[in-house]
Design a protein around this ligand. Sequence first.
Ligand code: AGV
Ligand code: CA
Length: 311
Amino acid sequence: MTKPVLMDHDGGVDDLLSLMLLLTMPHIELRGVAITPADCYFDWAAEATAKILAICGRDDVRIAAGDLHGINAFPAEWRAQPRIINALPEMLAHPLDALPLASVPAREFLAQQLAAATEPVTVLMTGPASNLAAALTAHPELRQNIAEVVWMAGAFDVPGNVRTFAHDGSAEWNVFWDPVSARKLLEMQLPLTLFPLDATNHVPVTLNFLRRLAQQREHLLSNLAGQFWATTINTLPHVDYLYHMWDTLATGYLGCPQAITFRKMEVAVVDTGFNAGQTVHAPGSGQWAKIAAAVDVPRFHDYILRQFRSE
Ligand code: AGV
Ligand code: CA
């Protein structure tokens, strides 16, 4: 039995690695990729996405462009990261004729794919929630076609990772970019599995892990992933901005759920003010979510290393 999945990512190096990881999972049937122009500039992210799909033999998968823009823009240096990815030798050498672009914007693409599904679909989101929130606001009946929403987002009992003016630092970026959509999504009472910083803080990108990946670089995906992660080691200005396997952890859950433990909680999102984008415990809100808490890091690392040995 294969599991149908729609992915909505926002073009970060971590998102591109997540797409690659997803494509190594034999039980996953990827039905389409939406790109939110949040932590990326769309064109470079789309080029990288198309090449990864082609390298993994899935150039039949359509890419849909997000036409919604969040309230709080990501830093430009982060948004430009896929440009470095596209300049890596393995990516440059891979020919790309035309981008396999969908003819409708991402929110409509998601709605069309959900409407066409004959069994419930898992939606994996590794960026902001704007497209899915808009799709389900326009077509509320499509909620029943969703098996699970898996979203890298939030920070509950740990500090956030937003460091900017007029903000207290409590929010995580994927929620902060468009807090209003995040609030709407939570109100929809979907089967929601969240990967907040509380869990992803356990999986920084370490040189020890990259050394292990380098040992198996004769496998194309290991070589490529090692090059992607290398670009994240030095680009970060501050210790708060240490690169993590944020999206990679949320994606890994689809193939190795045993490496993660969860808690069930009622939650809410603050959508304005100095803590806009903060995710909080909200007993009585009725908005239940399954929230990743602890990670068996050795098991997770072994899983990624095994997947990136697949051809
Ligand atoms: O907040 C984590 C989210 C994840 O979806 N992104 C990166 C991951 O793709 C934003 C982010 C936080 N810190 C960053 C980020 C950094 N230092 N560089 C780029 N993006
Ligand atoms: Ca992301």
